[in-house]
Write a protein that binds this ligand. Structure first.
Ligand SMILES: Cc1ncc(COP(=O)(O)O)c(C=O)c1O
Length: 483
């Protein structure tokens, strides 16, 4: 029998794999029907000009997988009970497969843009690196230890949770029990876990407008119906939130440094928000992504810290606080945490277990050592000083432009918002800057509805001083030319 087998000696697959694969395909599609006799190994080897061992090995594999059987003295046959050939199966439905009927995740593509020229866009690398000798020292310590030989606790190793608890008490005023912390792979995983354990399809989630597209998309993927709530210079407009009917199940906010406008939520607003959440039985997701990078402004308490009004109330009840090391170390590490209300904690731990069992041991171990030896706080102090220089440049560059380009949100974090006068279109400014090798983000891209602001965003953390100076010269030059 002539079989249409093609052997490619240059292919990455072995000759045996090619032969077994093609024979199996022929059996499944009916070209080699159930009960058919296969050529002898000697004859097939000669037809294909391969060694007999190749055919023997391929036949052995097909035997082992149950495709063929040997009958005493009469040769090798395709087994009788092979499933019906695919030709005889019902035709595939026209159009999209059923498993693609679910809507695709909303596109965001944040942080994956190619670097271009002097790049102030948000989502680009935006921080000062850790000093290389500190970094190497940390990893040398880990390299001297053998990893545990079993899964660790999904919520994270206790030493790290204790270190994080001490750290948030000191830097954000949050007095929590280490047992209420879950270590996550960055704050994005934290948001996903919270959504996973709280949301049912169609549940309403109030979201800052403009806001952080990545978290918004993640919540949407979990079935949230996103309701944009406006933001002003004091952060999320709680009065608008309170008018929502039915009240939203979750509220996602960035109160320390609203993303992207840079507004800091006033204490009065924070208290009003907490009161509303208690009354509405809603959960607040407090994304404190750059809360520790405060500069000249007085630190405002984390929302989660305001919940601890009595000493016996050691864990927040209405706030799921989400922290990250992405802005102080690097987003590439994927390290974050959730401080959750007690009632939610166990569910989050289970969701974490079902997602990836635990955050990788070397990362947890490294971070514990970093925080406990105070090197982390030293690093944060060092980077704050570096950012102070960069912020001074921004302030200086925009000082003389008055209302035409009003610099905002510089008191914290690593990006600033430049509100432009109505006659200066942000898109035109972005376009003119791009032609001169300077990239900026436009605030309109952070809205789901019609934008009510006209301005650009500058992420300055990762750029060096010389690039910032050159970039600002280009930008302010364009504003002046158009004035
Ligand atoms: C609002 C906001 N939240 C969180 C993050 C950090 O996310 P992750 O911790 O997942 O890296 C960012 C990073 O840009 C952000 O802008």
């Amino acid at each position: 029998m002539e079989l249409p087998i093609h052997i490619d000696r240059m292919a990455a697959w072995s000759l045996q794999e090619q032969l077994a694969g093609q024979l199996a395909a022929m059996m499944l599609d009916g070209r080699l029907p159930a009960g058919a006799r296969l050529p002898s190994t000697r004859a097939l080897a000669s037809d294909l000009r391969v060694s007999r061992n190749v055919v023997l090995a391929a036949y052995d594999e097909l035997f082992a997988e149950g495709y063929i059987e040997g009958r005493q003295g009469s040769g090798t046959f395709v087994v009788e009970d092979l499933p019906a050939p695919q030709r005889a199966r019902p035709p595939r439905r026209a159009g999209r497969p059923r498993w693609l009927e679910k809507p695709a995740p909303p596109p965001t593509h944040m942080g994956e843009q190619e670097a271009a020229g002097i790049d102030f866009r948000l989502g680009r690398p935006s921080m000062e690196p850790v000093a290389s000798q500190v970094w190497r020292g940390l990893w040398r310590e880990i390299a001297n230890e053998l990893p545990p030989d079993a899964y660790g606790p999904p919520a994270g190793y206790l030493e790290l949770r204790e270190a994080v608890a001490r750290y948030v008490a000191r830097s954000r005023g949050i007095n929590c029990d280490p047992a209420s912390i879950v270590i996550t792979s960055g704050s994005l995983q934290a948001v996903n876990l919270i959504a996973q354990v709280t949301l049912q399809p169609g549940d309403c989630v109030a979201f800052e407008e403009p806001g952080y597209p990545t978290s918004r998309a993640a919540l949407t993927m979990h079935g949230a119906r996103i309701v944009p709530v406006p933001v002003d210079e004091d952060g999320l407009d709680v009065a608008s939130l309170a008018r929502l009917e039915p009240p939203s199940l979750l509220v996602y906010i960035t109160p320390s440094h609203q993303y992207p406008t840079g507004a800091r939520m006033s204490v009065a607003r924070r208290l009003a928000l907490l009161e509303w959440a208690r009354g509405a039985d809603s959960l607040i997701i407090e994304d404190d992504y750059d809360g520790e990078l405060r500069f000249d402004a007085a630190p405002l308490p984390a929302l989660a810290s305001l919940e601890h009004s009595s000493p016996d109330n050691r864990a927040p009840g209405q706030v799921a606080y989400v922290g990250t090391f992405s802005k102080t170390l690097t987003p590439a590490l994927r390290l974050g945490y959730i401080i959750a209300p007690p009632a939610l904690h166990e569910r989050l731990v289970e969701a974490k277990r079902l997602t990836d069992f635990q955050t990788a041991w070397p990362l947890q171990r490294m971070l514990t050592s970093f925080i406990n030896n105070d090197r982390y706080m030293q690093h944060v102090r060092r980077v704050r000083r570096r950012y102070a220089e960069k912020r001074a440049l921004l302030r200086q560059a925009f000082a003389s432009l008055g209302d035409r380009a009003d610099l905002q949100g510089l008191e914290a974090g690593l990006h600033a918002y430049i509100a432009l006068a109505p006659e200066l279109s942000a898109c035109e400014l972005e376009d003119a800057a791009r032609k001169r090798g300077v990239r900026v983000s436009v605030i309109a891209d952070y809205y789901v509805g019609a934008p009510d602001r006209n301005g650009i965003l500058l992420g300055y953390g990762g750029l060096d001083i010389a690039d910032i100076e050159r970039g600002l010269e280009v930008l302010t030059g364009i504003v002046r030319d158009r004035g």
